[in-house]
Design a protein around this ligand. Structure first.
Ligand code: HXC
Length: 258
C-alpha cells in the first residue's frame, strides 16, 4: 500500500482512505497519479475487509484538474493511446461506494473525479468549476455529461462555457454535494458517512449503487425492469434472510456478504 508516490492509501476500520498527494502541483491528476489512484481503488474493491472508500485531497485543494504541463504537447493520438481518460471508467466500475471529501479547489478533472464518486462531502471552502474553456479545450472525463444530468442545461452551460465557479453552498443547493461542513470537519464527516456505508449489507449495497447508477443511463421502463430483477435476486442472499429475521426478532442484523 505504501509503494505509491502520488497518493497515500490508508485503512481505517472498514474504510479505505485515499489521499491525493501532489501538493506542489495542487494535486494535478497526472497519469502516474491516476494510475496509482485506480490501482488503489481496485485493491480496496477486491478487499473483503473494506466496505466503502473515501477519496480526499488537502484542505486547500482537492485536485486542480488534469496535469496541464503533462498534456500541453499531446497529440490526439497521444490522448487516445495513453488511456488516460479511460482510467475514469475504472473508477466508475468500482462496486463499493466511494465518498469524495472535497475542500478547496475541485477544478476540471478534479471536479470530474468528485462527480465520478457516489457521494460528495464538501468543506465550506470548496470551490467547483470546469475551467477547461480557458485552455481552449472542454471537459473530457464526464464534465459536460454528469454535471448536466445533475444541475440541468442552463447552469451547466454557464459552468462549462463561461467558467462559472460554484461555492460549496451553491453546489449543495444545485444537488451536487450531499452536505457542507466546516473545514475542520469535512474529512471526519466523510469518514463517518463511509463507516456507516461500510457497516451495511455488502451485496445489497453493491446492487443499490448499481441500480441508482442505472437510473442515469436508461429510460425509465428499462430502469424499473432492471430494478425489479435485482430486487428479486436479493432474495437469494443469506443477508436478506438475516436482515428480515433480525427485524422480526428485534435484534441487530449480522451481515455475511453472502
Ligand atoms: C499542472 C498545476 C495545475 C494543473 C495548478 N498547478 N494547477 N499544474 N496542472 N491543472 C500548479 C501550478 O503550475 C503551480 O506550480 C502550483 O500548482 C500552484 O498553482 P498556482 O497557480 O501558482 O496557485 P494559485 O495562484 O493559488 O492558483 C490555484 C489555481 C490555479 C486556481 C488552482 O493553479 C489554476 O487555475 N490551475 C489550473 C486549473 C485548471 O485549468 N484545471 C483544468 C485543467 S484541464 P508551479 O511549479 O508552476 O509554481 C482538465 C481537463 C480534464 O482538467 C480532462 C479529463 C481528465
Amino acid at each position: 500500500m505504501s509503494d505509491y508516490e502520488t497518493i497515500i492509501a490508508e485503512v481505517h476500520d472498514r474504510v479505505g482512505l485515499i489521499r491525493l498527494n501532489r501538493p506542489r502541483a495542487f494535486n494535478a491528476l497526472n497519469s502516474q497519479l491516476m494510475r496509482e489512484l485506480t490501482d488503489a481503488l481496485a485493491a480496496f474493491d477486491a478487499d473483503e475487509d473494506i466496505g466503502a472508500i473515501v477519496i480526499t485531497g488537502s484542505e486547500r485543494v482537492f485536485a486542480a484538474g488534469a496535469d496541464i504541463k503533462e498534456m500541453s504537447t499531446a497529440t490526439p493520438v497521444d490522448m487516445l493511446t495513453s488511456g488516460y481518460i479511460d482510467l475514469f471508467d475504472r473508477i466508475r466500475q468500482v462496486s463499493k461506494p466511494i465518498v469524495a471529501a472535497v475542500s478547496g479547489f475541485a477544478l476540471g478533472g478534479g471536479f470530474e473525479l468528485a462527480m465520478t464518486c457516489d457521494m460528495i462531502v464538501a468543506s465550506e471552502s470548496a470551490q467547483f468549476g470546469q475551467p477547461e474553456i480557458n485552455l481552449g479545450i472542454i471537459p473530457g472525463a464526464g464534465g459536460t455529461q454528469r454535471l448536466t444530468r445533475t444541475v440541468g442545461k442552463y447552469l451547466a452551460m454557464e459552468i462549462v462555457l463561461n467558467d462559472r465557479r460554484l461555492t460549496a453552498e451553491e453546489a449543495a443547493r444545485f444537488g451536487l454535494v450531499n452536505r457542507v461542513v466546516p473545514v475542520e470537519r469535512y474529512l471526519d464527516e466523510a469518514m463517518e458517512l463511509a463507516q456507516q456505508l461500510a457497516a451495511r449489507a455488502p451485496i445489497a449495497l453493491r446492487i443499490a449503487k448499481e441500480s441508482v447508477n442505472k437510473a442515469l443511463e436508461t429510460p425509465l421502463s428499462e430502469g424499473l425492469a432492471y430494478e425489479r430483477r435485482v430486487f428479486y435476486l436479493l432474495f437469494a442472499t443469506e443477508d436478506q434472510k438475516e436482515g428480515m429475521d433480525a427485524f422480526m426478532h428485534k435484534r441487530k442484523a449480522e451481515w455475511k456478504g453472502k
